[in-house]
Design a protein around this ligand. Structure first.
Ligand code: EPS
Length: 388
């Protein structure tokens, strides 16, 4: 599976081309668009999300509701484009005084400007923007439909925003319940009754001109034993997941299972003991490993946790020191429009990235160009696991 996306945040549209989705997979546009709606939600988003109503147009690769095995092209129009036609024009010359020469600390602005040789930093931020994740969610939505055919389900929820965490309060809650409850929370927390507390906290940050990061968790259930491999560094499933999550804008830490916490535990407490049952086969009663051992899925839920740094665009009231790229004079970096926090949206993007990695792993192992044959091979393998 390969996909490339293209598009600037305030350009006419975002597009993606996905290559490798097999033929005869049933595709629902409604499902894709619903996933896009989920990404747009979350208390603390800025003005931009009021403008956009993301929907994906399928331009190729699907006919009468089923994939053709040919590349699938997706296009998501930027409604905001209409307000940016002069600034983002393909032809002509830059609009005077609209160039961005003041880099924000923590954003790609300065490093991108130096690397690509621009003094108008809009050339950098337009592509570095998390707007691009819209296409990842649309691609992920196709992958989720693929995974569903194998009984694999993916979900997410938020554990913390800034210093406010619900992690300790949900330890006994089953994963699916966490997800279902998070779906009705504006913060994506599995305890929607605490939404107001979080909203007040986010409002306070807004008043202070601050932005907030946070931690979210993504899980996959129904993953069979055996995806990924230990035989080569670049075939390890956890390695691929870590790369995919780290590539989401503003993510600074990725953990699998108990992650960093495992380093504090003695070996006797850190590992998942192995059991066998005639019905279930091999299984574990704990899941410290987060469903992956030796770079291979072990049949338990895959658990990925990611930490997002606060959004680097701060409001006028509070700003960080920076230096003008033309005059080299210091200034205080600040802007009018931004999200206060986008952790709930990042969790939905995380779901998409996990769906993409798992789809790729299944295709690598049971790969074929035709969905019907892949399912047969998969079924044979499941039978094999039972008799191992
Ligand atoms: C972003 C800045 C904001 C966010 C944007 C990411 O957009 P704007 O500059 O248009 O106000 O809302 O996120 C999205 C547009 C999105 O779809 O998630 C940035 O600089 O990264």
């Amino acid at each position: 599976l390969r996909f490339l996306n293209a598009g600037e945040s305030h350009g006419p549209a975002l597009t993606a081309i996905i290559e490798g989705i097999p033929s005869n997979l049933k595709i629902s546009s409604e499902f894709i668009n619903n996933e896009l709606v989920r990404r747009q939600k979350g208390y603390g988003r800025g003005g931009r999300m009021k403008i956009e109503k993301d929907t994906a147009e399928i331009l190729s690769g699907v006919r009468f509701g089923y994939t053709l095995g040919s590349p699938i092209t997706l296009m998501i129009k930027n409604k905001d484009w209409e307000n940016w036609t002069d600034i983002m024009s393909i032809e002509g010359s830059p609009v005077e005084k609209k160039q961005i020469i003041e880099p924000r600390p923590g954003h790609a602005d300065l490093v991108g400007g130096i690397k690509y040789g621009f003094y108008d930093l809009r050339n950098v931020l337009e592509r570095a923007s998390a707007r691009e994740t819209t296409t990842r969610v649309a691609v992920g939505a196709i992958c989720k439909q693929f995974l569903k055919e194998f009984g694999i389900e993916i979900g997410s929820y938020v554990l913390s925003i800034g210093e406010k965490s619900i992690k300790d309060k949900i330890e006994d809650m089953p994963l699916k319940e966490r997800f279902e409850k998070a779906e009705s929370s504006e913060i994506r927390i599995p305890l929607p009754e605490l939404d107001q507390e979080f909203k007040d906290y986010i409002d306070k940050a807004k008043e202070d001109g601050e932005s907030l990061g946070g931690i979210f968790e993504v899980f996959a259930i129904g993953v069979p034993i055996g995806l990924g491999s230990y035989v080569q560094w670049d075939r390890k499933l956890d390695g691929k997941i870590a790369q995919a999550f780290m590539s989401i804008q503003a993510i600074k830490c990725v953990e699998i299972g108990d992650g960093c916490r495992l380093s504090y535990l003695p070996g006797s407490m850190a590992h998942d003991e192995i059991f066998y049952d005639k019905e279930k086969g091999f299984y574990h009663k704990t899941n410290h490993a987060g469903g992956i051992e030796g770079g291979i899925s072990n049949g338990e839920p895959i658990i990925v946790r990611a930490a997002m740094k606060p959004i680097p665009t701060l409001m006028r009231q509070k700003s960080l020191k920076s230096v003008n790229v033309i005059t080299k004079e210091p200034f205080m970096a600040a802007k009018e429009r931004s999200d206060i926090t986008a952790v709930p949206a990042a969790a939905v993007v995380g779901e998409a990235m996990l769906a993409i990695v798992l789809t790729d792993a299944i295709l690598e192992q049971f790969g074929n160009d035709n969905m019907n044959n892949i399912k047969k091979r998969y079924q044979d393998y499941i039978e094999y696991i039972k008799i191992y």
